[in-house]
Design a protein around this ligand. Structure first.
Ligand code: 4NP
Length: 585
C-alpha cells in the first residue's frame, strides 16, 4: 500500500496501476449466435479491444480487421456476420460491415449507408435493417440491393428482428411518456404500428418462428411476455407450459430468443440476478447474470458473469466453454459482496450492491460508485471499475437509485421529470448508510456519464458530504447539451425531463458551481457525442473565474462508449491516481 514517503508512494501506486493492467487484460466473451457449420459467434474483449470471433470448439477465429462497436444477433445457420464500427474516433458515427464466416478478415462495408449513430441492426439471408439517428432525425432503414429509408421515427429506436414482411423493435415513440414502446414496421409500405402501454417499458421484441411477435416488458409490478399478432396488433399474455418462470416473478427480462426447434428461451431478472428458462422451465445455472442462450453442437450454451466472474461462455451444466483467466491477486483483494435494500429519505428502498476490499479495512475509505444510463442496473456482474477500486484499497457501494432498471416500471419512472432530485437523495442515503453500517470511514463518489452527472450534483448540492469526487463524461449543463445533441439524444433528454424543458437550468450542476468546495477530478472524452465536452469546458472556465480548484483529464481520440482497453485506462488511471492522492491528504 502507498506509504508516507515519496518513494514508497510512487512504488505503491505503480504496483496498483500494474495490477489494473492485469485486470484489463482478462479476456471476456459473450455469445451472439450460432452460424453455419455450427460455428459459435462471439463478441470478445481480447487483443485490447472488442472484436468478433467464430469458434468451432477448437479454434477461435477473429472475423473483423479493425476493432468493432457491436454485432447483430446471428440468425441460426447464417453464413455471414453483421457488425458496426465507429468511424469517427468515438463520435459514434457508425458504418455497417459484413463478413462471411468462411472468409475471416475479409470484411465488407455495406454500400449506401451514411455514417450515423446506429442503434439497432437485424438481418436475414437477404436483407439488413437498421435504426439510426442523424443530427436531424431518427430513421429505420433497409439494405437490400441499395439502402432505403423505411420510416422516420419520433425518437430513439432499436430495431431487433426482421421477417419477410416486418421489422420489430422498441423505441421512444412518444418521448414525453418516458417509456419505450414496441413497434412493428411494414417493410413494404413503411407503416409503423405501435403497441402502446402506459404501465410498462418495452425491453425488446422478436418474431416467433410462426410469425407472431414476442414483446418483453418491464411492467409496473412484474415483468410480462406478450404475444402480439402483427396483422391485428392484438396482444395477449403468453402462456408457457412450464411454471417456474411465473413462480420466479421476474421484474424484467434481459434476453429472449427462440431455439431452432421453436422453444422459447427467456432470461428473467430480479434483484440484480437472472435465471434462465426454456418454455417456462428453469435451468440450473450458476448465480449471476446470464444472456445469449443458443443451441450449439447439441448443447445449450450461454453467457455468464457475476461479481467474481468476467463474462464467459458456459453450458447449462455449468461447464466452461470459453473463459479468460483471473489473476490470483484479484481474488485476494476482493472481499465479500453484499446486496441490501437501503432506506432513502422518502422511505423508498434503494437496492444496493457492496463489494469490500481486503485492502481497505472495515470501516475504510469507500467509493460510492454510481452507474450511468440512468436506465441501467448495478447487478451481480464483473465490473472493471469496482475491481480496480478494490485493488486500490477502497470498499465500493453501488446504489440502484430510482431510475435504475431491473426493479419494475414504477422505480424506473420515478426519475422522470426530476433529474438531480430524488435519485441524488437515494445516493446520499446509501452513502450515509455505508458510514452507519461500518463499511465506510471516509466517503468518495465516482461515476461515468449519468454517474458523472450525479457526482457533479452531489458535490454542488451536498458539499462536505464526500471527501472528493471523480466525474467522468458528466452532464453539467442540460441546456447546452440539448443544443449539441443529435435527434436520438434530444428525444432522450425530453424523456428524462418528462417534457418539462423549463427545468433544464435548475437541474444543471453549473447553476450551483458556487457551492463547489470538495476536490474534484473531471475526466472527459474529447470526442464524446452523448455528453459533449463543451459544457464541461465552460464549467471549468467558470470554476477558474470563481477560484475553484479542480483537476481535469481530457481523453483524446475517444468518445463516450468504451470499447478498447486503452479507453478504459484513459478513464481509470487518472481516477485511481486522484483518489489515491486524496487518501494521503
Ligand atoms: P449514459 O449517458 O449515462 O452513458 O447513458 C447519458 C447520455 C445522455 C443522457 C443521459 C445519460 N441524456 O439525458 O441525454
Amino acid at each position: 500500500m502507498p506509504g508516507g514517503s515519496g518513494g514508497e508512494l510512487t512504488s505503491g501506486y505503480a504496483r496498483i496501476l500494474d495490477e489494473i493492467i492485469g485486470l484489463l487484460n482478462i479476456e471476456m466473451y459473450s455469445s451472439v449466435g450460432v452460424g453455419s457449420g455450427d460455428r459459435l459467434v462471439l463478441m470478445g474483449l481480447r487483443e485490447g479491444a472488442v472484436n468478433a470471433y467464430s469458434f468451432d470448439g477448437v479454434d477461435l477465429v477473429k472475423l473483423n480487421k479493425e476493432p468493432i462497436s457491436g454485432i447483430a444477433r446471428v440468425p441460426y445457420d447464417a453464413d455471414k456476420v453483421v457488425f458496426i464500427r465507429d468511424v469517427s474516433h468515438g463520435r459514434e458515427q457508425h458504418l455497417i460491415y459484413t463478413v462471411h464466416l468462411d472468409e475471416p478478415g475479409n470484411e465488407k462495408t455495406l454500400e449506401g449507408v451514411e455514417p450515423a449513430r446506429i442503434l439497432g441492426v437485424a438481418y436475414d439471408d437477404h436483407r439488413i435493417v437498421y435504426s439510426a439517428s442523424t443530427a436531424v432525425e431518427n430513421g429505420l432503414f433497409i439494405a437490400e440491393s441499395g439502402v432505403k429509408k423505411i420510416a422516420t421515427l419520433p425518437g430513439f429506436a432499436m430495431v431487433s428482428d426482421i421477417n419477410d414482411k416486418y421489422a420489430v423493435g422498441v423505441g421512444l415513440l412518444e418521448p414525453a411518456t418516458g417509456r419505450s414502446q414496441a413497434f412493428i414496421a411494414d417493410l413494404a409500405t413503411g407503416k409503423i404500428s405501435v403497441y402502446k402501454r402506459m404501465d410498462g417499458n418495452a425491453i425488446t421484441a422478436r418474431f416467433s418462428p410462426d410469425g407472431w411477435v414476442l414483446i418483453a416488458i418491464e411492467g409496473s409490478a412484474k415483468a410480462e411476455l406478450l404475444r402480439l399478432d402483427p396483422e391485428t396488433m392484438e396482444a395477449e399474455q403468453l402462456v408457457l407450459p412450464g411454471k417456474d418462470l411465473d413462480e420466479f416473478e421476474p421484474r424484467s427480462y434481459s434476453y429472449v430468443g427462440f431455439l431452432p426447434d421453436g422453444e422459447l428461451v427467456v432470461v428473467g431478472r430480479k434483484n440484480g440476478r437472472t435465471k434462465v428458462f426454456v418454455d417456462g422451465v428453469a435451468l440450473k445455472v450458476p448465480e449471476g447474470i446470464h444472456g445469449g442462450v443458443y443451441k450449439w453442437k447439441n448443447r445449450l450454451i450461454l453467457t455468464h458473469t457475476s461479481l467474481g466472474n468476467p463474462a464467459r461462455i458456459i453450458d447449462v451444466n455449468g461447464e466452461v466453454v470459453l473463459s479468460g483467466e483471473v489473476p490470483k491477486y484479484i481474488y485476494e483483494a476482493l472481499g465479500s459482496p453484499g446486496f441490501h435494500f437501503i432506506e432513502s429519505s422518502d422511505g423508498s428502498k434503494v437496492p444496493t450492491f457492496s463489494i469490500e476490499s481486503k485492502r481497505a479495512g472495515k470501516p475504510g475509505p469507500t467509493v460510492v460508485l454510481v452507474h450511468g444510463g440512468p436506465f441501467s442496473e448495478d447487478a451481480d456482474v464483473w465490473d472493471f471499475f469496482a475491481v480496480s477500486l478494490a485493488l486500490a484499497g477502497y470498499n465500493v457501494v453501488k446504489p440502484n437509485y430510482r431510475g435504475s432498471t431491473g426493479y419494475g416500471d414504477q422505480w424506473r419512472m420515478k426519475i422522470i421529470g426530476d433529474p438531480c432530485g430524488g435519485e441524488l437523495r437515494d445516493i446520499v442515503s446509501v452513502a450515509k448508510w455505508s458510514l452507519l453500517q461500518g463499511i465506510a470511514d471516509t466517503l468518495y463518489i465516482m461515476g461515468y456519464s449519468y454517474g458523472g452527472y450525479m457526482t457533479m450534483c452531489a458535490l454542488t448540492k451536498y458539499p462536505g458530504m464526500f471527501k472528493a469526487g471523480v466525474a467522468g463524461a458528466s452532464v453539467v449543463d442540460w441546456k447546452q447539451m440539448y443544443e449539441l445533441s443529435d435527434a436520438a439524444f434530444k428525444s432522450f433528454i425530453q424523456m428524462m425531463f418528462g417534457g418539462k424543458m423549463d427545468l433544464l437550468e435548475e437541474r444543471s450542476p453549473i447553476t450551483y458551481i458556487d457551492n463547489l468546495s470538495d476536490p474534484l477530478m473531471i475526466i472527459h472524452p474529447q470526442n464524446d457525442s452523448r455528453t459533449p465536452l463543451k459544457p464541461v469546458l465552460r464549467f471549468m472556465e467558470e470554476g477558474l473565474d470563481k477560484g475553484k480548484t479542480f483537476e481535469a483529464y481530457i481523453a483524446p481520440d475517444m468518445g463516450h462508449a468504451v470499447t478498447k482497453v486503452d479507453d478504459i485506462l484513459k478513464i481509470l488511471y487518472p481516477a485511481i491516481l486522484f483518489l489515491l492522492r486524496q487518501k494521503e491528504i
